[in-house]
Write a protein that binds this ligand. Structure first.
Ligand code: SF4
Length: 459
């Protein structure tokens, strides 16, 4: 009984978060920066912040995550970290030789009021940034927003510093990737290549956080969006933003800066969101959807039909980031399941509006986002009336254990299970993976808890 003090009775609270369903802004900025080829993320703040952000990512991806820090001391905490950052830029380009340094701030440097624009300009003036190399930056004060906001800010910075419009427009579609696994990005790129669409995905963590082990250490792996591709996004004919919370700012910036129009889509998780993604890509790239993708869709539907009896009417609780929760909830509804409790620590009106629309036929559904939409509240709702399945990050394991409820890990962070970064959740095949995980969770639980004479029935 790890959470034995959780009560079913909810008390109105405004200034207290218990077990938040989010983490801090720079984690997102650091993750996004890793999606640029040859980039070293840099945390402008104390060593402790950087160590935490790196470890949050390393525990999830089971890969070493490289990042530098301005290493604030007592002096820089009082007088500002300008000198530290200028020194860091010089040292990093001399010792580690990245193509790009992507700086993000922390609570401390934001509270001091360090001006990144002025500091980086000084580094340029002092000749500390070698020819052809770049320093980009974004502000990520963690006392507002969440890791999703930090991700969004860093992606918008990529547009601000790189995207360039030339007179030569190209028949290319930009895919601005919201926060998802490298495996999910790989699947989206596969779908686009099956359609023979020319695309630029950014950021792109494939080949960065899922590199093969070949005995040779590379500080900067082969993957990531190259600088030339980032610059070329300004010449593309259209942009698809995948996940409004993490990509809309970048899409708006790109339209304003380079006149590349965009459409906001959900991350293609589940049947309908994948349909919308492929139809939109087909429309804007002016290419047909090939039969092989229709077959993948058909196999998913067959699989759902074969197992509908196990899915129908199951009550589900889920938590995580709005960009993944929205299409996932829609998918659960299309499986005839009942997503009844949904929380996201990331605030924003679109979450509420989309949930209203998706859950209109599930009157008992409760959903909430923002500071007090936390795991404690989620547990309280479950105490009031239980659910059949939990879907969310690692921190749900305490609830799963206390309530003996089947649990599928999904989202960020997942520190206690492998596989999430190998098997995509996007596309029709990703949706099939998800349904298999739901079914296995139900059936494992049933095998474990049903009377002995009924064990055979599960076959
Ligand atoms: S001090 Fe701020 S930036 Fe640093 S780890 Fe804490 S919340 Fe994150």
């Amino acid at each position: 009984m790890l959470l034995r003090h959780t009560t079913a009775l909810e008390i109105d609270r405004k200034a207290l978060t218990i077990n938040p369903a989010k983490t801090c802004q720079p984690v997102g900025a650091m993750y996004a920066a890793l999606g640029i080829h040859g980039c070293l993320p840099h945390s402008h703040g104390s060593q402790g912040c950087c160590a935490y952000h790196r470890s949050a990512l390393s525990r999830h991806f089971k890969e070493p995550v490289m990042a530098a820090t301005s290493s604030f001391s007592e002096g820089s905490s009082v007088f500002g970290g300008s000198a530290n950052l200028v020194q860091a830029i010089e040292t990093i380009f001399t010792v580690y030789k990245p193509d790009v340094i992507a700086v993000h701030t922390t609570c401390l440097s934001e509270t001091i009021g360090d001006d990144l624009n002025q500091i980086v300009s000084k580094a340029y003036e002092d000749g500390l940034i070698p020819e052809g190399k770049q320093v980009i930056y974004c502000n990520t004060p963690s006392y507002v927003g969440t890791h999703v906001t930090g991700y969004s800010n860093q992606v918008a910075a990529m547009v601000k510093f790189f995207s360039t419009a030339t007179p030569k427009k190209k028949n290319v579609i930009n895919l601005v990737a919201g926060w998802m696994e490298p495996s999910d990005m790989r699947e989206i790129k596969r779908l686009a290549s099956v359609m023979e669409a020319r695309t630029i995905m950014f950021p792109d963590m494939t080949g960065v956080l899922d590199t093969p082990l070949d005995g040779h250490y590379k500080m900067f792996p082969d993957g990531g969006t190259t600088i030339s591709d980032l610059c070329a996004t300004g010449d593309s004919k259209f942009t698809l933003g995948l996940g409004a919370y993490s990509t809309e700012d970048a899409c708006i910036k790109l339209e304003n800066k380079c006149k590349v129009k965009f459409e906001m889509l959900d991350i293609p998780i589940g049947l309908k969101a994948t349909d919308r993604f492929l139809m939109s890509l087909s429309r804007h790239a002016n290419l047909p959807i090939p039969d092989s993708l229709s077959d993948e869709r058909g196999r998913l539907i067959d699989m759902i039909a074969d197992n509908a009896k196990y899915l129908y009417g199951k009550r589900v609780a889920l938590w995580g980031d709005p960009d993944t929760l929205i299409p996932l909830t829609e998918f659960l509804v299309s499986l005839d399941m009942r997503p009844v409790y949904i929380v996201s620590g990331t605030p924003g009106k679109p979450f509420t509006e989309r949930m209203q629309e998706i859950l209109k036929d599930i009157p008992e559904a409760k959903y909430m986002c923002g500071e007090t939409a936390d795991m404690f509240r989620m547990h309280q709702w479950i105490k009031q009336e239980g659910v059949d399945l939990l879907i969310g990050n690692t921190y749900g394991k305490y609830i799963a254990r206390d309530e003996d409820t089947p649990f599928v890990r999904f989202g960020f962070p997942i520190a206690d299970r492998p596989g999430h970064n190998f098997f995509a959740k996007t596309g029709y095949e990703g949706a099939t993976n998800l349904v298999i995980q739901f079914l296995n969770a139900f059936l494992d639980h049933k095998d474990r808890t049903c009377p002995e004479e009924k064990v055979e029935w599960q076959m």
